[in-house]
Design a protein around this ligand. Structure first.
Ligand code: KIV
Ligand code: NA
Length: 277
């Protein structure tokens, strides 16, 4: 049965880890649901690991809606979080509410996620949650703010910076966030944020103490190899397997060993074949 935010709160209280992965398409979502993943993020990492852009900036609402719909078709019984792409919420509360509404109403997401902290972002979280849409915050290494952070760098590595992150998490919680994702911080910071929060804290590259763990699926199956962050563990080498399968297909087609007409073709009676001659 599909888990709800109530279940995730309970899991956090009972110290049961929440398993969270990204997905971008029907087939991946289908296998994740079969595997028992608790929560799926259709991240705007879509731009990098599926659409081939160098950053997440070019991803549009239309891209997100199309991929969220595909993931929903693959995982009808899983809690799905739809990421709000760059410039879909930065401009105003109204823009943020409208676009969050599209992700839930058109794409059937259970929750939306947006990056950042501070009074403006807390205001967006308040506006979205006040119309009854679940919002997940995202702090630490936030790729949509990479320009401001000076690139894709670990965050919260000084005590001052860590205290600031803890304060940001509190502010987002007070603004109505149902959960917060913390990305790219030392384990001690992930632990401190988790200890002080009253909502489920999910981590990616934030150590083992958060209530749940997220990875980008294309990283953890060894599919996306342009860049692999330190916090990724590869559970498979799917990219290598795909390449080998494609190479074998090339070899067999070129040598004529595929297709084998005794196996890979439709049958026709000998009489009918005769008439063809
Ligand atoms: O877009 C995404 O997949 C994300 C994670 C990297 C945190 O936001
Ligand atoms: Na994202």
């Amino acid at each position: 049965m599909k888990k709800s935010i109530i279940d995730f709160r309970k899991m956090a209280e009972e110290n049961k880890k929440i398993v969270y992965l990204t997905a971008y398409d029907y087939l991946t979502a289908k296998y994740q649901e079969k595997a028992g993943v608790d929560m799926i993020l259709v991240g705007d990492s879509l731009g990098m690991v599926q659409l081939g852009y160098e950053t997440t900036y070019p991803v549009t609402m239309e891209d997100m809606i199309s991929h969220c719909k595909a993931v929903r078709r693959g995982a009808p019984e899983t809690f799905i979080v739809g990421d709000m792409p760059y410039m879909s919420y930065q401009i105003s509360d109204q823009q943020a509410v409208e676009n969050a509404g599209r992700l839930t109403k058109e794409a059937l997401c259970d929750c939306v996620k947006l990056e950042g902290a501070g009074p403006e972002i807390a205001g967006r979280v308040r506006a979205i949650s006040s119309v009854g849409i679940l919002v997940m915050g995202h702090i630490g290494l936030t790729p949509q703010f990479a320009a401001e952070l000076g690139g894709y760098k670990a965050q919260g590595r000084s005590a001052d910076a860590a205290v600031k992150l803890i304060r940001q998490a509190k502010e987002l919680e007070e603004a109505g966030a149902c959960s917060i994702l913390v990305e790219g911080v030392p384990a001690a910071v992930g632990e401190a944020v988790t200890r002080q929060a009253g909502i489920p804290i999910l981590g990616i590259g934030a150590g083992s103490h958060t209530h749940g763990q997220l990875l980008i699926y294309a990283d953890m199956v060894g599919l996306y190899d342009n860049f692999t962050p330190k916090f990724v563990k590869q559970f498979a080498h799917v990219g290598q397997q795909l390449q080998e399968a494609f190479q074998e297909y090339c070899r067999e087609v070129r040598s004529g060993s595929f297709p084998d007409d005794s196996v890979h073709t439709y049958k026709m009676s000998a009489d009918e074949v005769e008439k063809l001659q």
